[in-house]
Write a protein that binds this ligand. Sequence first.
Ligand code: B12
Ligand code: SF4
Ligand code: SF4
Length: 337
Amino acid sequence: MLPTAPLRDLARSVGFDLVGFARAEPIEPRFLLSWLEAGYAADMDWMGERAEERLDVGRLLPGAKTVISFVNNYYRDEEPSKGSPIARYARGRDYHSTLRDRMKAFRKAIIQMAPGLGTYGSVDSGPLMEKVWAARAGLGYVGKNGCFITEPFGSWVLLATLVIDVEVDEYADGPTADRCGACRRCLVSCPTGALVGNSQVNAGACLSYQTIENREREVPEPFRFKFNNLIFGCDICQQVCPLNRKPVFAEHPRFAPRAVAELGTLELAGLTTEQYEQLIPGTALARARYDVLRRNAVYALGVARQADARHLLEKLSDDSSELVRSAAQWALRQLVP
Ligand code: B12
Ligand code: SF4
Ligand code: SF4
């Protein structure tokens, strides 16, 4: 059995802001299954394909006993004058590598404390329900906006999760108290009605999904019209949340916005491949790929009816990418009064 006190110190020393411990018991299937059955995963088939593992970490690590959940605050208040069209979490260095590096350092140190320890770690990409584990580990709760909300940092947090095959001396009692109460701000502010109640998000209707995960197709027209200075991810349901009113500045330079966060939609729509190679690798924006990023920025120019974009849009309506071409033709039609 491992003592939690030194593990808490260790988590802090490798750079995590919060850490909690939960018993590695299976998750009630209804949360995931009802979400999948309702079709809320849209085209993210990978969400259903490994559902059994998502519901039972014992399938990821035989003999799993404990799930350690880590939280990092990422909030920075630097904001270009017109506001960046990139969601906050994606403006700095790719958070996957930041949290993964911290978790690797943590893992290396506990293996020295407990040689032979079995582990399975994930930041975002593994078949784990990270918000459920963070809730079980007592670090906060899932709000009506579908985001994990902590007491000290609100929802401006990212999660990492480590499963281990030994017990610890103290486990959390489960989620902290729900602080949403009668508030419905996120529900009424979501531009696409993606928040469907009970903290569930209909991903297909969420602008975060449409700008990041919908990479093969055109974005359905009603959603395009909501690309209002928004081209990668969406923060609206977090910005309006009163529990995010007192954000804490994330000191670590890895969370500092990179040069790409200074660019507006016009510059992003007109990115050359050379600029893309210079600005995007190493940030979370890389997930959207060159053409998808430009497609999104082009939609946003159409929504803004930005007259000074006409020349660029005309050029892009001949682009080699079908996605960009059709987006530019659509955007040009929006410019016509
Ligand atoms: C799929 C996914 C998405 C989808 C769907 C969003 C969603 N809310 O499910 C899309 C593409 C839309 C998305 C968007 C975003 N995402 Co995302 N996403 C994921 C991913 C890969 C899986 C989430 C999942 O399992 N969803 C399925 C549903 C069924 O489960 P759920 O979300 O956990 O919600 C249910 C349970 O939590 C249950 N529940 C609530 N409390 C409790 C307590 C207990 C004890 C139990 C048993 C159950 C339970 O009720 C909820 C409703 O049914 C996770 C990483 C991971 N592997 O976990 C990141 C993750 C959730 N995303 C993250 C981020 C940062 C975002 C964005 C903020 C990015 C952005 N700015 O655009 C947005 C937020 C949109 C929103 N309002 O939720 C962060 C979480 C940040 C936070 N504070 O919550 C995660 C954890 C990645 C990470 N490692 O940091 N995302
Ligand atoms: S991220 Fe944006 S589109 Fe998605 S639920 Fe929140 S407000 Fe709605
Ligand atoms: S906006 Fe209100 S209802 Fe939505 S998550 Fe925040 S406190 Fe909860």
